[in-house]
Design a protein around this ligand. Structure first.
Ligand SMILES: COC(=O)c1c[nH]c2ncccc12
Ligand code: NA
Length: 339
């Protein structure tokens, strides 16, 4: 087993609380869509939309991801069967799963609600994430990847800031990982967007494995640390996004996103052809952080530092020892006060 940190008692308690909530939920018969009251839309993207809902009978707040798919009944039943694997997931770094159902042309996936939201939204709100906080987040992501590999024998396939969720309890969890091969196939040609966290080997249609997740992790960390999508590398030359931009000048006014100007094809070609981007070495980042990202962003998958070594990288221990973070406090500091 890898050197996982012992779970602290409160974290274990929260995993247990989730299982009790889930038992209460499962004791109600199969979910009918009418059992769910829609509260607010949380986000839209990669083929689906996510809504905060209340499961009335059990009085549990959940996140429901709805994916519109025009597929035959046998394909959707295969997807629902594969999603049932998620009932076996129980890790403090993997989003909790309540169940899934088909309704009105959509696959619906019911998950644990994370009140701090996704890290792409956090970066949009506060500009960029401090290095010591990113070290805590990175440990959670790596431990989640280890869990997926060791318990479900899968890689994530879609590591990026919008698929890392945080809560005011201080939890940090992965979501939207590729547990259903059939769902992956059904979503295959629905890619939209102007950015890609995909590894060079995957973009070139070559075989790819968990090392591809490590490229995506490196690119995600670079973006969250600088507040700038790091491709083309010139984007980083313009300096870091301001931390906590003054409310009167919303972030958009600061750094018009250069990737918008670069068409998506040119962007993908840049990823495959150019040297990987790096953290600037004159912006106050530690050498071990710069080294950690370099270890992830090797164009050759076999040159990337393996998961077992990354989770023991000095950067994670150095940061935790020198600048410990209270994640619950930090997440709360990034949340918009409710009106
Ligand atoms: C794909 O899953 C999600 O996006 C989410 C699962 N739980 C959440 N809680 C808050 C926001 C988004 C989510
Ligand atoms: Na997502």
């Amino acid at each position: 087993e890898l050197t996982q940190r012992p779970l602290d008692a409160k974290q274990l308690q929260r995993v247990e609380d989730f299982l009790f909530r889930k038992a209460a939920f499962l004791s109600t018969e199969d979910v009918q869509p009418t059992d769910l009251r829609e509260l607010v839309v949380l986000g839209r993207g990669n083929g689906g939309s996510v809504c905060k809902v209340l499961h009335v009978k059990s009085n549990i707040i959940m996140a429901r991801k709805s994916i519109h798919l025009e597929i035959r009944p046998e394909v959707r039943n295969q997807i629902l069967r594969e999603l049932r694997i998620l009932h076996k997931c129980s890790s403090p770094h993997i989003i909790g799963f309540y169940g899934s159902f088909w309704h009105d042309g959509e696959i619906n996936i019911l998950m644990e609600y994370m009140d701090g939201g996704s890290l792409d939204a956090v970066v949009r709100r506060i500009g960029r994430i401090p290095e010591n906080v990113l070290a805590e987040i990175t440990y959670c992501i790596l431990d989640g990847l280890v869990y997926l590999r060791d318990k479900l024998s899968i890689m994530h396939r879609d590591i990026k800031p919008s698929n890392v969720l945080v809560s005011s309890d201080g939890d940090c969890k992965l979501c939207d990982f590729g547990v259903s091969g059939e769902l992956h196939n059904s979503l295959a040609n629905t890619f939209v967007g102007t950015r890609s966290y995909m590894s060079p080997e995957r973009l070139q249609g070559q075989r790819y494995a968990v090392e591809s997740d490590l490229w995506s992790l490196g690119l995600s960390l670079l973006e969250m640390a600088t507040g700038v999508f790091p491709i083309p590398a010139e984007n980083l030359k313009k300096g870091l996004a301001p931390m906590h931009p003054p409310p009167d000048k919303p972030l958009e006014a600061h750094a018009p996103d250069a990737t918008q100007s670069m068409a998506i094809f040119e962007l993908l070609a840049n990823i495959v052809e150019s040297e990987p981007p790096r953290l600037p070495d004159d912006a106050g980042f530690s050498d071990s952080f710069i080294n950690f990202i370099d270890a992830c962003l090797k164009r050759e998958p076999s040159e990337r530092m393996p998961l077992a070594e990354l989770i023991q990288h000095p950067w994670l221990e150095d940061m935790r020892a020198s600048q410990p973070v209270n994640m619950a406090e930090w997440v709360r500091s990034t949340m918009v006060p409710c009106e």
